[in-house]
Design a protein around this ligand. Structure first.
Ligand code: NAP
Length: 315
């Protein structure tokens, strides 16, 4: 095997957690509290929670996602988990697991994959060209640039509706463009959207994003009437879902479903012994902060049991 030198001079841990979103951080809290030597890698893509402008359905907390994430991170560090801001590039399974980052190699008895998801692209002309010039996937990061300006949000799920409400609240003139005549977002969010008078352009898809130096207009198609129209905007926020960030597990032979989500059982075990997964990267039915945390706790417990059973003779 090429480059076996990278497997020497490694830092050793019991559990390595890949991804520092709510699933990974909860795993880290539990793993550290079980007395396991735990490392957590804050790797790319960044946690979606960090970008959430408002969290209202995580019991006992109301605030923005970054604030919640920081609280979780501090809690994990308090219990002794080691945090590394390193991008994980490769995972290798031998007698144990090797985690190769952009700066170092680590070794662990068990790994927990909590890599979440990354933004799905719309896939239309002009989208890539205008990223950072009016096309954004993050209302909390880029919303400020559009105060007092006209923006469109594309999508009908919780993210799109939350983003539209946030953008309206910071002073943007907001329109929501959705491909159907019914939103997917939860009713409590829809209520807020309509209370704020945000206009929804129903049954409509974006065909093209146009402009010169930056976004100036969207070419739209009403899929019911087949009518095309042009909408003048200064920016467009794309919120059409996430895709799981699971390429990292391909070398390990971890099974994924046809959409790329990691297959796990009720104990958050994958098909590979010693590899567990938690949160949005898994094929779980509900993708929420609270369920990601639940997955993370179960994954840490399963990793603990795996290590005790496999290594008890060496303890
Ligand atoms: P989502 O729930 O998958 O919704 C994606 C939306 O984009 C859908 O409305 C979908 O339309 C639309 N869409 C997908 N592809 C499209 C395309 N090519 N062109 C136009 N529209 C397209 O994604 P999300 O809103 O990012 O949420 C992801 C997960 O995180 C969900 O499980 C969600 O519940 C969770 N989340 C929760 C909260 C919260 O609880 N506050 C906040 C954010 C996210 P259709 O409806 O027609 O399919």
């Amino acid at each position: 095997m090429e480059g076996l030198d990278i497997l020497k001079d490694v830092e050793e841990y019991d559990v390595a957690i890949i991804g520092a979103g709510p699933a990974g951080l909860t795993s880290a809290i539990y793993s550290a509290r079980y007395g396991l030597k735990t490392v957590i890698f804050e790797t790319l893509p960044a946690s979606q929670l960090a970008l959430a402008p408002i969290i209202e359905n995580y019991p006992g907390f109301e605030g923005n996602g970054f604030e919640l994430l920081n609280k979780m991170k501090n809690q994990a560090l308090k219990f002794g988990a080691v945090h590394k801001f390193e991008n994980v590039e490769r995972l290798i399974k031998k007698d144990c697991f090797y985690i190769i980052t952009d700066s170092k190699t680590y070794k662990a008895k068990a790994i927990i994959i909590a890599t979440g998801g990354e933004n799905r692209e719309l896939g239309v002309e002009g989208e890539k060209e205008f990223i950072g010039k009016g096309v954004s996937y993050c209302a909390t990061c880029d919303g400020n640039f559009f105060r007092g300006k006209r923006v469109a949000v594309v999508g009908g799920g919780n993210t799109a509706v939350t983003d539209a409400i946030y953008l309206k609240e910071i002073g943007c003139d907001v329109l929501l463009i959705h491909r159907r005549d019914e939103l997917r977002a939860e009713k409590a969010l829809q209520k807020k959207l309509f209370e704020r008078g945000i206009e929804v352009i129903w049954n409509t898809v974006v065909l093209k994003i146009e402009g010169n130096e930056k976004v100036e207009r969207l070419v739209l198609l009403n899929i019911k009437t087949n009518e095309k129209s042009v909408l003048e905007v200064d920016g467009v926020f794309i919120a059409v879902g996430i895709k799981p960030a699971t390429d990292i597990v391909s070398d390990l032979g971890v099974e994924r479903d046809s959409n790329g989500y990691i297959k796990v059982d009720k104990r958050q075990r994958t098909n590979i012994e010693g590899v567990f997964a938690a949160g949005d990267c898994c094929d779980n039915p509900l993708k929420q902060v609270v369920t990601a945390c639940g997955d993370g706790a179960v994954a840490a417990n399963s990793a603990f049991e795996f290590i005790i059973n496999k290594y008890k003779s060496n303890k």
